[in-house]
Ligand binder design. Structure first.
Ligand code: PEP
Ligand code: MN
Length: 365
């Protein structure tokens, strides 16, 4: 007896307009994906999309339909209805559309409403069962999928999700660096650990990586700086959350910006050329590197002062003197020696640490 197995391919047709498949093969131009954290209402989505349609670089409209809230919240995404508005925005403004899928039902609905690109969220990617379930559900439908890094800094987990999707026949898979959860206090909502996407790129040079600056920063103020840094690390594009009225956003209000703010931020970026052809570019690149390093130094000094204050509290509580001369002498000598081994001038290292130490002491008094 012969058994016939019918496999019904899921219906997926890439929309006309921006050729994302070409971008995957040759990502010469930056891919900018933008739109609200959550689709909230028809009015909100269309107004945001209209603002974004004036930014030439934005080719893909993102919108969260089902929201992975960290704690139970009344708003968990608008659901299926929002997909109709995504479809309307796509028809009106010519974007490709993109949404997050976390369970097979999301995939079915997203495809039914003509979503062009999917992404797997940071919380989904930590779970190989979920990823496999999604990959199985996508089998037979070669839709572009972006995989966010898992919240834990584990490159293998990230790689594993990409492999599961590739194993199910996806040929356009991208990765999104959105930072990692950290117990340490950092200025970021999710700390960017650039060495992890670099390692992913080393292991899978065929996978294009873009940066979700919104979820890294968690606030508006850091977006420009992190976007520039991402370019320095050769990101191929950005995901940025935008909202027509960011302060009123139902989710991630602190990090969303207006489309016009995104336009300014993109205009301010210094796009570095791979092949430097003028002296001016060499200088510009070096200065940008200096700016990034100086920011790191400032962040580290602030972190050090934080620790100093905690030590100050301990000293007060235990009635210990603030200045501990022996310890200070030992660490200064140690820093001077370590600095010398790194080729740094002894007197300069001494002066830098004297200033830092003085500030620490002042904070403990
Ligand atoms: C999002 O993009 O809105 C989102 C929830 O992202 P992440 O999975 O990176 O937290
Ligand atoms: Mn968000």
């Amino acid at each position: 007896m012969t058994h016939f197995i019918f496999i019904f391919a899921k219906k997926y047709e890439m929309s006309e307009g921006f050729d994302i498949r070409k971008w995957f093969k040759n990502p010469e131009d930056l891919l900018v994906i933008s739109g609200p954290c959550s689709v909230e209402s028809r009015k909100q989505l269309i107004a945001t999309a209209e603002g974004l349609s004036k930014i030439q670089e934005v080719k893909v409209l993102r919108g969260g339909i089902w929201k992975p809230r960290t704690r139970p919240e009344p708003f968990e995404g608008i659901g299926e209805e929002g997909l109709k508005w995504m479809q309307e925005a796509k028809e009106r403004f010519g974007f490709l559309t993109m949404t997050e899928v976390a369970v097979p039902e999301h995939v079915d609905l997203a495809l039914r409403y003509g979503i062009d690109i999917l992404w797997l969220g940071a919380r989904t990617v930590v779970n190989p069962f979920s990823v496999q379930e999604l990959a199985d559900c996508l089998r037979g439908c070669d839709i572009p999928v972006f995989v966010k890094n898992p919240i834990a800094p584990d490159v293998k987990l990230w790689l594993g999700a990409i492999e599961r999707l590739a194993g199910a026949g996806m040929t356009c898979i991208g990765a999104i660096h959105r930072g990692f959860s950290s117990y340490d206090e950092t200025p970021y909502r999710n700390t960017p650990l650039w060495e992890i996407p670099i390692e992913l790129k080393r292991l899978r040079p065929d996978i294009q990586i873009i940066t979700d600056i919104s979820h890294i920063c968690g606030c508006r103020e850091l977006l420009q700086e992190v976007a520039q840094k991402a370019l320095d690390f050769e990101t191929r594009g950005f995901m940025v959350e935008t909202h027509c009225n960011p302060d009123m956003a139902l989710t991630d209000a602190n990090q969303q910006i207006k489309p016009e703010t995104l336009k300014k931020a993109l205009d301010n970026l210094i796009i570095k050329k791979k092949n430097v052809d003028t002296d001016e570019f060499v200088l510009q690149n070096l200065r940008k590197d200096i700016d990034v390093i100086d920011d790191e130094i400032l962040n580290l000094i602030a972190k050090r002062m934080n620790v100093s204050e905690k030590i100050g509290d301990f000293k007060k509580k235990h009635k210990v003197t603030v200045l501990q001369m022996d310890r200070w002498k030992t660490i200064l000598e140690d820093h001077i020696n370590k600095g010398a081994a790194l080729g740094l001038n002894e007197e300069s290292v001494k002066q830098i640490f004297e200033i830092i130490h003085k500030e620490s002491i002042d904070r403990q008094l």
